[in-house]
Design a protein around this ligand. Structure first.
Ligand SMILES: C[S@@+](CC[C@H](N)C(=O)[O-])C[C@H]1O[C@@H](n2cnc3c(N)ncnc32)[C@H](O)[C@@H]1O
Length: 243
């Protein structure tokens, strides 16, 4: 059983080993982790280009490094943190200059050391997502950009992200048990936590382009583009600048 937001007393012990086991699927365009690649591509639109040659981007819970090529293309030296060692090994092969095995709630970096911080599809997997947000804000330089994306704690998100996504047997569907709706992230609490740590987040929703989905399901497309939505009730992204 997984813990609810804010309660660090319990975490599903095999969660990280799940990602170790899936490590060979990170870069498979039709594998169980494929949608994370689509989201990484959408996330990149919200990260500004590096302003100087030494600019560093921290990717919290970087997994197999799907965001690495985007960070590098934007001119950053990418640093990835994750608890899954086999995933970090993949990340190192995809553009990360440095990878560190560490807990997202206790980052081993000094304050204000990164020009940009991303935390994609991670908050909905940790018992205390607001501790991750606090750490993300702490290591971000004033003027730096924070981008987080996660799943809202709504019934619609539960229907779409668990009942449908985990059970409809098309390519790219996540294994059953990937998500626990108790961990889905409350939008108001997320923005409040970021504000408390100096970042005013603007939220927007994302969803797969339906035409791309149909073509992907039919095997005629290798990746699905995401489009922005006004509703943030399922997959949503927050972006903001550190004061
Ligand atoms: C759904 S994957 C997202 C990976 C990557 N951010 C992406 O979007 O492709 C969740 C990742 O969070 C990592 N993770 C879970 N809990 C963590 C923690 N407390 N600290 C660091 N990484 C964690 C897992 O190992 C996994 O790689």
């Amino acid at each position: 059983m997984l813990a609810r937001n804010g309660d660090t007393s319990e975490i599903r012990k095999d969660f990280i080993s799940d990602y170790d086991e899936l490590a060979d699927q990170w870069w498979d365009p039709r594998g169980a982790l494929a949608p994370l690649g689509w989201i990484a591509r959408a996330r990149a639109d919200f990260v500004p280009g590096a302003r100087h040659e030494e600019a560093r981007l921290l990717d919290i819970a970087c997994g197999g490094g799907l965001f690495g090529p985007h960070a590098v293309a934007k001119g950053y030296r990418a640093v990835g943190v994750d608890l899954s060692e086999l995933s970090l090994r993949e990340a190192r092969r995809h553009g990360y200059a440095e990878t560190v095995r560490a807990d997202a709630t206790a980052l081993p970096f000094d304050d204000a050391t990164f020009d940009a911080v991303t935390a994609g599809q991670c908050l909905e997997h940790v018992p205390d997502p607001f501790a991750v947000v606090a750490e993300a804000c702490r290591v971000l330089r004033p003027g730096g950009t924070l981008v987080v994306d996660t799943i809202a704690d709504t019934r619609t998100a539960r229907l779409v992200s668990i009942t449908l996504a985990e059970n409809v047997p098309i390519a790219g569907h996540p294994p059953r048990g990937t998500h626990d709706h108790h961990l889905f992230v409350n939008r108001k609490r997320l923005t409040t936590a970021a504000r408390r740590h100096g970042v005013e987040l603007t939220l927007l929703g994302l969803r797969p382009r339906l035409r791309d989905m149909a073509r992907y399901a039919a095997g005629r497309l290798d990746a699905v583009r995401l489009v922005r939505t006004r509703s943030t009730s399922v997959l949503y992204l927050g972006v903001g600048t550190k004061k």
